[in-house]
Design a protein. Structure first.
Length: 365
């Protein structure tokens, strides 16, 4: 039994042909913690316009079971403004799969990417109009969405923030960015002392100024670099590989001694890694790191091909908490603000890396 009470009870139904999109689901014991995570049920999904919908417990639907009756049915919308990020894809699919496993829960997922406020707002407006039971959102601009939050809550929809805190929220889903940022800075400090004790190098960091709740990831590293006398020659918003590549290439041309690149997430840092590789820089002398635990970053750490570190999120557990925290807010039963821990991993952490990579064998493809 999960942290959320299973809501569906099977009933006898005449045999019928399987739905075209239906796939077998695992009705066994769901994931209880990251260390005991196991492969969840294959996500049954239908992609329609801007929403990916996992339908549960509706007669004749393609979700958990068309042969199930629900005492209660819940609909949860989950909006993340960087849908292109590989770790975000896993979190979204894991959330849908967890809802599938629990039963009688529909998860709506938007396709907002590139921190596009208008796309996000349009999707949220549609969910508010539908009067979904809960919305979990990482807002591009919290102030711009306040009217939607007020309208949603006035009609009974629970409003949970993803990472970003709102004093009027009904709950939150996320992880400790402050601790992750401090851990990254501490590891960087050790690396500088070992590799470049004279500090004769420069650095670049990517940020997300529209999302102040994410900034604590990189602020400790920026402070450390400045206090160490290492110039941060590039500090721009970027959370994708293409801009990470471009920023690192530009910085290397202007500052050939660039040896530190910290991405707001792993995607930005992975783009920078390609820039260092293309420039034939000795990767043993470079610190390239990011956050989230993207698959490509974890593979590079495992194979020791240049990536230095990732502050990784156990993405399956985080996806489950999107659903669990929302249901707790809706029902008033349980913790609606449970946080998921992050783990700083480097090439020496082979066992933990292997465990984190298991999420990508099921999701994010």
């Amino acid at each position: 039994m999960s942290r959320v009470t299973k809501l569906c009870q099977p009933v006898e139904q005449p045999a019928r042909a399987p739905d075209a999109l239906a796939r077998p689901t695992d009705r066994g014991k769901p994931m209880q913690s990251f260390s005991k995570s196991r492969r969840l049920a294959t996500v049954t999904a239908t992609i329609i316009a801007v929403a990916l919908v996992s339908t549960a417990c509706s007669p004749g639907g393609s979700g958990n079971s068309a042969n199930a009756s629900c005492e209660e049915e819940y609909t949860i919308g989950f909006s993340h403004p960087a849908s292109e990020a590989s770790a975000v894809k896993v979190v979204k699919e894991a959330a849908a799969a967890h809802a599938e496993e629990l039963g009688c829960i529909t998860v709506l997922l938007d396709n907002t990417s590139g921190m596009n406020l208008e796309t996000q707002r349009s999707t949220l407006e549609s969910w508010v109009t539908q009067k979904v039971d809960a919305i979990v959102v990482l807002p591009v601009d919290p102030a711009a969405l306040e009217n939607l939050r007020e309208k949603a809550q006035s009609q009974g929809t629970k409003w949970l923030t993803y990472v970003a805190s709102n004093p009027e929220e009904d709950g939150t889903v996320g992880f400790d960015n402050e601790t992750a940022g401090k851990d990254m800075a501490a590891y960087l400090d050790e690396w500088i002392a070992e590799k470049h004790p004279d500090g004769d190098i420069t650095a670049a960091v990517t940020t997300a100024t529209p999302l102040p709740s994410i900034q604590p990831r990189v602020l400790p590293a920026i402070s450390l670099l400045e206090s160490s006398g290492i110039d941060v020659v590039s500090q721009q918003d970027c959370a994708a590989q293409d801009c990470g590549l471009q920023l690192a290439e530009d910085a290397l041309r202007a500052h050939p001694n660039l040896r530190v690149f910290i991405g707001l997430n792993d995607d930005a840092a992975l783009g920078a890694l390609r820039a260092f590789q293309n420039a034939k820089v000795d990767l043993d002398e470079v610190f390239v790191a990011g956050f989230d635990g993207a698959e490509e970053a974890l593979v590079s750490l495992r194979d020791k091909t240049g990536y230095t570190a990732s502050s990784a999120i156990p993405t399956i557990e985080l996806g489950a908490s999107v659903v669990d925290n929302a249901i707790a807010a809706i029902t008033g039963d349980g913790d609606a603000s449970k946080q998921t821990p992050m783990f700083l991993v480097n090439p020496s952490d082979s066992e933990k890396i292997a465990e984190l990579l298991k999420a990508y064998t099921t999701f994010g493809k």
